[in-house]
Design a protein around this ligand. Structure first.
Ligand code: CA
Length: 222
């Protein structure tokens, strides 16, 4: 049974989400305080964390940032704020997805399924690209034998590009397939993550692995 941690200080939301998730067959733990939530997330293993942004004692962004240093538990941020800026900030600190309150429970369940489906879809074969090896069982990417520590989203972006190597992939295609749903078209999240990836791939020639195709998107050419 998949175990989900809900860190949310609004009792009416947490109890509703808890009830719905349990009805869907997930087991849940609820924390209402930021620090308590972080401690529980560090101490126990969860398959997913639903994380509110505004929380007492420690806010959601800070929890996400600290947690992602220790663990790769997928995180979906919940927030009443709905600007692109907040989404980008949430994703920059390592959240896997972002949902604005108020949300329909069906939407939340769909996002959760996207996160869980990724595990299943990944084949167990190692993929290679130049001196990179991607082990889709363990989510480990090695460059020349050395582990690169990628966040979930960076990993999935790289995986998608390698799986479609030698094809130019548009930003929208990446948004749909890596982020799992439509962002506003003006969102620059793909470019932000490409930049992170290039930094982590750490090559003198920044286009060595991922090439920019002007006005279109990106390609990894063999
Ligand atoms: Ca709150």
């Amino acid at each position: 049974m998949k175990k989900i941690l809900i860190i949310e200080d609004e009792k009416n939301i947490s109890s509703f989400v808890k009830m719905e998730l349990e009805f869907e067959g997930y087991s849940t733990v609820v924390e209402e305080d930021g620090k308590d939530g972080l401690n529980t997330a560090l101490k126990e293993n969860f398959d997913l964390i639903l994380l509110d942004l505004m929380l007492p004692t420690l806010n959601g962004l800070e929890i996400c940032r600290r947690l992602k240093k220790e663990k790769d538990t997928p995180i979906i941020m919940l927030s009443a704020r709905d600007s692109v800026m907040d989404k980008v900030t949430g994703l920059q600190v390592g959240a896997d997805d972002y949902i604005a309150k108020p949300f329909a429970i069906e939407e939340l369940l769909a996002r959760i399924q996207v996160v869980f489906r990724r595990d299943k879809n990944n084949s167990s074969q190692n993929l290679k690209f130049k001196d990179l090896t991607i082990d889709s069982d363990s989510y480990v990417v090695k460059k020349d034998g050395q582990d690169l520590s990628l966040t979930n989203k960076e990993y999935e972006l790289l995986l998608y590009l390698v799986q479609h190597k030698d094809k130019v992939v548009s930003r929208n295609t990446l948004l749909e397939n890596v982020w799992g749903y439509d962002y506003e078209p003006e969102t620059n999240i793909v470019d932000v993550y490409i930049r992170y990836l290039r930094n982590k791939l750490n090559s003198e020639d920044k286009e060595k692995y991922i090439q920019t195709v002007r006005y279109v998107g990106y390609v990894m050419r063999t």
